[in-house]
Design a protein around this ligand. Structure first.
Ligand SMILES: O=c1ccn([C@@H]2O[C@H](COP(=O)(O)OP(=O)(O)O[C@H]3O[C@H](CO)[C@@H](O)[C@H](O)[C@H]3O)[C@@H](O)[C@H]2O)c(=O)[nH]1
Ligand SMILES: [Mn+2]
Length: 548
């Protein structure tokens, strides 16, 4: 291909049917206007009680109209992105950047180590050069059970990764794969790999149940000794173990191919210092990974979210590496899909409207929010760099920083980076890394990246990129919704309110779209009024509608 002949790595297409949508929206707008006119016209009819009910209903309706306007603005334009991965391979061949993958876990009881192991294995099994992949697990539970499970994962990966490569296994989580795939006829390895997996799972589950590491295992790895100094999960030193050192020529799978780097981290926790939940964990990971592998692209996932599509990394690189537009993008967000939904999804846990409709609208208006998981970040954008128009990133070059310290020395050096006091008097938490202080730290962080001038992209390939676990009982759902709505409202009332914070930084449409989420909780007032008051009026015999 000639040098000057630019062939894009992705294409942006308008979502079909905008005219139909706009006609419907226009008709709704007309309806709203007629209702408002009607209400104003009959305003002074009836007695005092009627009038006040009318005013209340009128205000609720105004609120609903306003909220409808916010969502319509967000949906007005919608785009989808189509990456061309064959062009990526053609153009860059093996010259691809490094990828650091962060997995966060917090509690071995709520997030069983056997599940975390599956997530980690699925991340290691991407169809990507293993020497360029590094997987970091942050364990905020500081649990030796999770650490043990990771050791098992490191060991099993030697069988699992070649198996995945050979048979193009998808999903790459062994649990999900063996649950969904039927046994192929002429694959000898299948039963033996399955057996190995089941034995490993059994060992992990037994250890978790007994809450004790068997003595012979304890002696196998120096890492376990760290727990001699752990008082509780809220009070311990940094534990950092490089379980697979990708630079080590002996770190190979059963077929002799290199393995991805695998690192276990339990950052320091002390009762007198706030740990800032997942945002704190992510920031520690960003610093530690910058010292160990320093990949220019970071993928982060929750520990319950396994990879379902082995090409996701390449899809996201099609965005970041596109010669013309790639440098504009700060992050690439995949949807959060779930594989535990009940048949009718009666509580709407899958967020279909948001994920299948609204995010595409956000994308057309400057970029989707960062939703905390399944997101590829440009490290520099996440670490506070402002977008500069003509600045070109050479992602391939950025990756050539192999450190040469021994693994054990590197572990010691990095421990400081995850200490409780490291961030004091620095710009971490404000300008660098994830922002603290909100239950929805991801939303604020995404907003601040966008306000530094970066755009973002939503990618939803035909085969889902990731599968996670959705809350499916009413109670779980209410807890999650309460946290999210509260968090969003908090953002709206803080200095990060998109209307002000994003002023002159991001398009008005995008700011309004953010507000639709931020004001989610505020809807409850109008809704409550609307469902309660008319019923009371009916009981009391107060006439709500004028006779015409
Ligand atoms: O102190 C903590 C608390 C949580 N987590 C991890 O954070 C992730 C998300 O927490 P979870 O309790 O599962 O929250 P969800 O409501 O399921 O999370 C959604 O909403 C969050 C807030 O918007 C985002 O951060 C998540 O990525 C998104 O999946 C999990 O992997 C946890 O292990 C930590 O690492 N440290
Ligand atoms: Mn979750």
């Amino acid at each position: 291909m000639a040098e000057n002949e630019y062939v894009p790595l992705f294409e942006t297409r308008q979502v079909k049917g905008p005219i139909l949508f706009r006609c419907i929206a226009a008709s709704i707008l007309l309806g709203i206007c007629l209702i408002v006119m009607y209400i104003i016209r009959y305003f002074s009819i009836g007695g005092k009680a009627e009038r006040w009910t009318w005013i209340g209903l009128f205000l609720s309706e105004l609120w609903f109209s306003f909220y409808w306007l916010l969502t319509t603005v967000c949906r007005w334009n919608a785009v989808i992105r189509i990456p061309f991965i064959h062009r990526l391979s053609q153009r860059f061949g093996k010259e691809l950047p490094g990828i650091d993958i962060f997995v966060c876990t917090a509690d071995p009881l709520l997030e069983p180590p056997s599940m975390v192991v599956n997530t980690v294995l699925s991340m290691m099994a991407y169809d990507y050069p293993p020497e360029k992949l590094s997987v970091y697990l942050s364990d905020d539970g500081g649990s030796n059970l999770t650490f043990y499970a990771m050791l098992e994962a490191a060991n099993f990966s030697k069988t699992w990764l070649p198996f995945c490569k050979k048979f193009k296994v998808e999903p790459m989580s062994p649990e999900a794969y063996f649950r969904t795939a039927s046994e192929p006829l002429n694959v000898e390895e299948w039963p033996s790999v399955k057996r190995l997996y089941e034995e490993m799972k059994m060992r992990i589950e037994t250890t978790t149940k007994l809450n004790q590491i068997p003595q012979h295992v304890y002696k196998q790895h120096k890492g376990f000794r760290e727990w001699n100094f752990v008082t509780s999960k809220h009070d311990h030193q940094t534990i950092l173990q490089i379980l697979i050192d990708g630079r080590d020529t002996n770190a190979v799978d059963i077929e002799g191919n290199p393995l991805p780097t695998l690192v276990y981290l339990a950052r320091e926790k002390r009762p007198q210092y706030h740990h800032h939940f997942k945002a704190g964990a992510m920031n520690a990971l960003i610093r530690i990974s910058s010292r160990i592998s320093n990949a220019p692209i970071i993928l982060n996932v929750d520990c319950d979210m396994y990879s379902n599509n082995s090409e996701s990394i390449k899809y996201s690189l099609c965005i970041f590496m596109d010669e013309e537009k790639g440098d504009e993008f700060g992050y690439v967000q995949f949807p959060q899909s779930f594989d535990n939904l009940t048949k009718n999804d009666i509580y709407g846990c899958s967020f279909r409207v948001i994920q299948k409709l609204e995010v595409k609208g956000l994308d057309a208006n400057g970029g989707p929010c960062f939703i905390g998981t399944g997101c590829f970040h440009r490290r520099e954008a996440l670490c506070g760099k402002k977008y500069e128009k003509n600045f070109r990133f050479d992602l391939k070059k950025l990756n050539n920083t192999k450190v040469n310290e021994r693994a054990s020395l590197l572990e010691e050096i990095c421990k400081v980076l995850a200490s409780c006091t490291f961030e004091h008097n620095t710009t971490w938490r404000k300008e660098m890394g994830l922002i603290y202080g909100f239950p929805v730290e991801d939303i604020v962080t995404g907003l601040s990246v966008q306000c530094r001038g970066w755009k973002s992209v939503f990618l939803d390939p035909e085969r889902d990129g990731f599968f996670g676990v959705a809350p499916i009982t009413l109670l779980q759902l209410l807890v999650q919704h309460k946290r999210w709505t509260e968090g969003h409202l908090q953002v709206f009332l803080s200095k990060y309110c998109p209307l002000l914070y994003g002023y002159k930084k991001i398009p008005l449409n995008l700011r309004l779209a953010y507000c639709a989420y931020n004001l989610w909780a505020a809807n409850c007032l109008a809704t409550l009024y609307y469902v309660v008051v008319p019923c009371l009026c009916l009981l009391k015999g107060i006439k709500l509608f004028p006779k015409i």
